[in-house]
Design a protein around this ligand. Structure first.
Ligand code: F0G
Length: 456
């Protein structure tokens, strides 16, 4: 008999979680104004809000924490991390930051100015926020297939090269193209090596640069290994190195594929960018050799980057996401296919066809799932898409998703069973769900974090 698959680690420390009642949850969610970000973590049984900073560190990472060097300048932790980044990505220059959006802030301060256009595959919300904050424009050039949740296309994170070339030749100033690996917004969908290579070729043709938003770079490499011809025998680290040969720089949220609780960085091959970014980093983040991170956290990140590019780790990780996704498919629940790297994206428009788009379909589904099972997911839909900066109208995205993001090495498949059963129960009552939510109060930018809603 073939031996079944099992995780490539065992558990040393556990943290209790509380299973609440529906009555309690009804009270809590009303007080939270139907915004899951306003809940206290104790009010959540299984927390799939995000895979960001929520992973479990290994014993080796905790050991590295103890050996962290907290010197203000020139700490050994900084040099440990620099060496890992150089080896893994091939970039000679790097600056640490307190998290991913801080790296975006610093690097974009040096590269992007008012009136610029920044194309890419669906930019993440903080990335888009930092582009629009500078009065520049983010243009989504993702392939159309990414918006068809039923299509099994293996690389739904790819950009459409024609759409990209149209932007490049339109006469606007494009300081940089940003490729997000994996593409979070389209469902944790990977970008193929072929696409990365072609994007770089186009960038060279039009004399511009390419940056990878690298939050889930290792998961992207795993999909290249599994799905792209010619890569099945290559080591993950080898694949990563080739991916980054098609980039001029990177921003990183270490809270995802760094498997640490906080941290970020940017890295680049261009000395001029590095020198300019250094000035901003010192202003916004901290001195060159710590930039917003404690020495111990840089040390843990150096270990995490090596662990996340281990084939056995990635197999455990992606298998768990697939386990949940396959259960949902078995129950007939509409999700983005193929199953992505860090999360299951439930197609809320198909799930709740009777809720009008003006009443925030995916947010409605997220709230009902929380009430049913104490599971916290997150809306990736109209609330997140925000308003058009010029017209101030709601931007209704093509897809309304409920994202169930799975923290790394944190939950077991029993937890995944609870999530699947909770969602199945909601699916069985979908016909009766006809109304959603309305906005009571919202912020001018990044409204989803603080928005207050009421039942329509
Ligand atoms: N880029 C991507 C693709 C991301 O998913 C995130 C964060 C960031 C950049 C920003 O990094 O949080 O460290 O400042 N995504 C989290 C999420 C918040 O839940 O998907 P950060």
């Amino acid at each position: 008999m073939e031996l079944p698959f099992a995780e490539s680690y065992k558990i040393k420390t556990v943290e209790p979680i509380f299973r609440s009642t529906r009555k309690q949850r009804e009270k809590w969610i009303e007080a939270a104004h139907y915004n899951l970000f306003n809940l206290r973590s104790e009010q959540v049984f299984i927390d799939l809000l995000t895979d960001s900073g929520t992973g479990a560190m290994s014993d080796n990472q905790w050991a590295a924490i103890m050996k962290g060097d907290e010197s203000y300048a020139g700490s050994s932790s900084y040099y440990n991390l620099k060496k890992v980044i150089q080896t893994l990505f091939g970039f000679n220059y790097f600056l640490p930051t307190h998290q991913g959006r801080a790296a975006e802030n610093v690097l974009f301060s040096t590269l992007i100015k008012e009136g610029d256009v920044v194309p890419g595959n669906s930019h993440f919300d903080t990335t888009k926020g930092h582009i629009e904050f500078r009065k520049a424009k983010a243009v989504d050039c993702t392939i159309d297939k990414a918006f068809d949740t039923e299509s099994d296309y293996p690389f739904k994170g790819n950009v459409d090269l024609n759409k990209l070339e149209d932007v490049l030749k339109s006469g606007v100033n494009v300081p940089v193209i940003i490729m997000t690996l994996t593409c979070n917004t389209s469902g944790g969908q990977p970008v193929s090596m072929g696409n990365l290579k072609q994007v770089k070729e186009l960038a060279e043709k039009y004399k511009t640069y390419v940056i990878f938003d690298s939050a889930r770079f290792a998961e992207n490499a795993w999909f290249i290994k599994k799905r792209e011809k010619g890569y099945s025998k290559k080591a993950i680290k080898e694949i990563v190195r080739e991916m980054y040969s098609y980039a001029d720089g990177m921003t990183m949220s270490s809270k995802k594929d760094g498997i640490v609780n906080i941290g970020g960085f940017m890295a680049m091959s261009n000395k001029d960018w590095f020198e300019k970014a250094t000035t901003f980093n010192i202003m916004f983040e901290g001195f060159v050799t710590y930039g917003g991170m404690a020495g111990r956290d840089m040390n843990a990140l150096a270990v995490g980057l090596n662990e996340v590019t281990d084939k056995d780790y990635l197999e455990s990780r992606i298998s768990q996401v697939e386990y949940l996704g396959n259960k949902l498919i078995e129950y007939g629940i509409p999700i983005q296919k193929p199953i992505g790297g860090h999360a299951i994206f439930v197609d809320a428009k198909k799930f709740l066809p009777n809720v009008p788009k003006e009443e925030y379909i995916a947010q409605t589904l997220a709230i009902i799932l929380y009430l049913e099972a104490g599971v916290r997911g997150v809306e990736v839909g109209t609330l997140l898409a925000d308003r058009d900066p010029e017209t101030h109208d709601n931007r209704y995205p093509k897809l309304e998703f409920l994202r169930l993001a799975i923290p790394r090495r944190t939950y077991t498949n029993n937890h995944m069973d609870v999530v699947a059963a909770g969602l199945k129960n909601v699916y069985e009552m979908r016909d009766e769900i006809r109304t959603g939510l309305k906005i009571h109060k919202e912020a001018p930018i990044m409204r989803h974090f603080t928005v207050e809603l009421y039942k329509a």
